[in-house]
Design a protein around this ligand. Structure first.
Ligand SMILES: C[S@@+](CC[C@H](N)C(=O)[O-])C[C@H]1O[C@@H](n2cnc3c(N)ncnc32)[C@H](O)[C@@H]1O
Length: 263
């Protein structure tokens, strides 16, 4: 990243920092209608397993408030309230189950993605979800609000990720949990080679065939390569003020969960 010169990576291109948000918005305007379908095709459904692991680590409970940033079509926010409701149903005698239902704020910079989520699904949890159009770097939400903050496949697209991490810290209550699910870097060289072949050839091709949009999926692959390593990203999370920062590789490092606490 070359933020000090006021330029930044957009995939393998270097662009003026102030242009990146508009370019990212263009990508997600373009992919919104096919986003859920393409996710299943590209990852062969594996993104669902990663999101289940994220929910396992979150352990949602009644009464909790989640802010899911870059929430897109709403997988993580919906999964959170669903899990909390299931827990309440299974633990009717527990004091915690007397708390009000869990709530999730889905915040995304892109109207088209939020709208696609609402239109594509007949979501039985909609009363427990609030949709907010806003930037991860300047969240339109009060400080010390949430028990948990999540961002799934979003932080890579943000212009200045350190600003987004500071905002995550701000909106969490003391004792709140931060979890970021993001594409990352395979942990062995041989797997990296195979993964490069697949992603640079198959993903733009699938984007062209299924969504008629090769360029957006080329950006996706390039932006993944530009993302910091697991260790480097963990350092940035600590620098934003978080404590007990850990990460967990998923599928050999294709993705990673970074987790931390606001103490
Ligand atoms: C790859 S999608 C992920 C959506 C969802 N979290 C999921 O896991 O399916 C990335 C999302 O990040 C959003 N996004 C990009 N830059 C953002 C920003 N600066 N602030 C908030 N959302 C942003 C995009 O609009 C898009 O919906």
């Amino acid at each position: 990243m070359t933020e000090e010169k006021n330029t930044i990576d957009f995939g393998f291109k270097t662009v003026a920092a102030e242009e990146k948000a508009g370019m990212v918005r263009g990508v997600f305007d373009s992919v919104a209608d096919n986003y859920d379908l393409m996710n299943d095709f590209m990852s062969m459904g594996i993104h669902r397993i990663w999101k289940t692991t994220l929910q396992d680590r979150l352990a949602p409970r009644p009464g909790q408030c989640l802010i899911d940033v870059a929430g897109g079509t709403g997988d993580v926010g919906t999964g959170f309230v669903k899990r909390a409701n299931e827990w309440a149903a299974l633990n009717r005698d527990a004091t915690l189950s007397q708390k009000p239902p869990a709530h999730a704020f889905l915040c995304d910079i892109n109207h088209a993605m939020l709208k696609a989520g609402r239109t594509n699904r007949d979501n039985p949890y909609r009363e427990q979800l609030s949709h907010i159009c806003g930037d991860a770097e300047n969240l339109p939400l009060e400080s010390n609000l949430a028990d948990a903050y999540t961002i799934a496949f979003g932080i890579r697209n943000v212009t200045n990720m350190d600003n987004a991490l500071k905002q995550a810290y701000r909106v969490l209550k003391p004792g709140g949990r931060f979890i970021c699910l993001e594409f990352s870097h395979p942990i062995t060289k041989s797997f990296q080679k195979f993964y490069d072949e697949y992603s640079f050839k198959a993903i733009p091709w699938l984007g062209e065939k299924i969504a008629n949009d090769r360029a957006s999926y080329q950006y996706l692959v390039e932006s993944i390569r530009r993302f910091p390593t697991q260790e480097a990203f963990a350092t940035r999370i600590s620098e934003a003020g978080f404590s007990r920062v850990t990460f967990e590789n998923l599928s050999g490092g294709i993705a990673a969960l970074h987790m931390a606490w606001r103490i």
